[in-house]
Design a protein. Structure first.
Length: 263
C-alpha cells in the first residue's frame, strides 16, 4: 500500500509518529514491534512524502481522518492505537472519537492537551527557521544524559548515533511544519478523554531524563482515562521507543496480551 508501512503479523498496532512527522524516525520501534505484531505506520499527512490528503483548513482534524484512512487502506476494522510524543495527542483524540475502531490505546512520552511549551520551545515556535540552527546545535547537550543512561558504553552509544543518524538522514523534519502542528493542536477543541473506555497504557521515561515532554505532562492522562496504567521504560527519557526498542516492544506485547487473553 503506497504511503503506508505495514509490517509483521498478529494484533494490528497503528503507530503514530511525533512532531517531526516522519515515520522513519521510529524505524527501530517498528522493527521491534513487527517481530510479534502487525505494525501499521505512516508519515503525517502534511509531509511531502505522504499520499494522504491534507486540507490546511481542517488543521489538526487532518490527523484524525488520516488514522481512519490508514485503517481502511490496511483493511483493518479495529487496532491498538499507539502515539509517540505529539502522536499521543492524535492517538488519544482518535480513541475518544472513534471507540469502535480502537482495541487499546498506548501513549508514549505523550503530549497532553494542557501542555504548554517552555521558554526555549516558545522561541523556536515563534521563529522556527531562524531558531533551528541553535535548536540543532544544542540537541546533543539536551540528549546526552539520556544517551549515557541508555548506552553506558561509549562504543554502543556511537554505534546507535551513527546508525540512527543514517536511518533518518533522508527524513529531515520541517521546522515550519513542526511549529504549525503545535499551533493546530493549540487551536483544536479536543474531545473529552474521559470517554475512552478501552485498556490504556501510558509509557514514559525517567523524569530526570526526559528533557522534551516532562513525565508529569504525560501522566495527566491517568486522571483522564480511568482504565489507564503507567509504566516507566528505565534508562530512557523522551527517545526510549528508539533507544530501547526491544524493551518498549516487550512492554507493548505484555499490554496487548493482557487484554487480548482476558477478552
Amino acid at each position: 500500500m503506497k504511503g503506508i508501512v505495514d509490517k509483521g503479523r498478529g494484533t494490528p498496532i497503528v503507530l503514530i509518529p511525533g512532531l517531526q512527522g516522519r515515520w522513519e524516525w521510529m524505524r527501530p520501534t517498528v522493527d521491534a514491534l513487527a517481530k510479534h505484531h502487525r505494525v501499521i505506520t505512516f508519515s503525517l499527512c502534511d509531509e511531502r512524502t505522504s499520499p494522504f490528503p491534507c486540507d490546511p483548513k481542517k488543521a489538526f482534524e487532518n490527523y484524525v481522518e488520516q488514522v481512519d484512512l490508514a485503517l481502511d487502506r490496511a483493511e483493518v476494522d479495529k487496532a491498538v492505537i499507539a502515539g509517540v510524543s505529539y502522536g499521543g495527542l492524535i492517538a488519544s483524540e482518535y480513541a475518544a472519537r472513534r471507540p469502535r475502531r480502537v482495541q487499546g490505546l498506548v501513549l508514549a512520552n505523550a503530549l497532553h492537551k494542557t501542555w504548554h511549551p517552555n521558554p526555549q520551545q516558545s522561541r523556536f515556535l515563534k521563529a522556527p527557521v531562524l531558531m533551528s540552527p541553535l535548536f540543532v546545535a544544542t540537541a546533543p547537550q539536551r540528549m546526552r544524559p539520556e544517551m549515557v543512561a541508555a548506552f553506558p558504553r561509549w562504543l554502543a552509544r556511537l554505534k546507535f548515533t551513527v546508525g540512527y543518524g543514517l536511518n533518518v538522514i533522508g527524513a529531515i523534519p520541517s521546522p515550519v511544519k513542526m511549529a504549525r502542528r503545535i499551533d493546530w493542536a493549540t487551536q483544536h477543541h479536543f474531545a473529552d478523554a474521559g470517554r475512552i473506555d478501552v485498556p490504556a497504557l501510558i509509557v514514559t521515561g525517567e523524569p530526570e531524563l526526559d528533557r522534551v515532554v516532562p513525565v508529569d505532562v504525560s501522566r495527566r492522562y491517568l486522571d483522564d482515562i480511568h482504565s489507564a496504567t503507567h509504566v516507566v521504560l528505565r534508562r530512557t527519557g523522551h527517545n526510549g521507543p528508539a533507544t530501547r526498542p526491544d524493551e518498549f516492544a516487550d512492554m507493548l506485547g505484555r499490554f496487548v496480551d493482557g487484554f487480548r487473553l482476558s477478552a
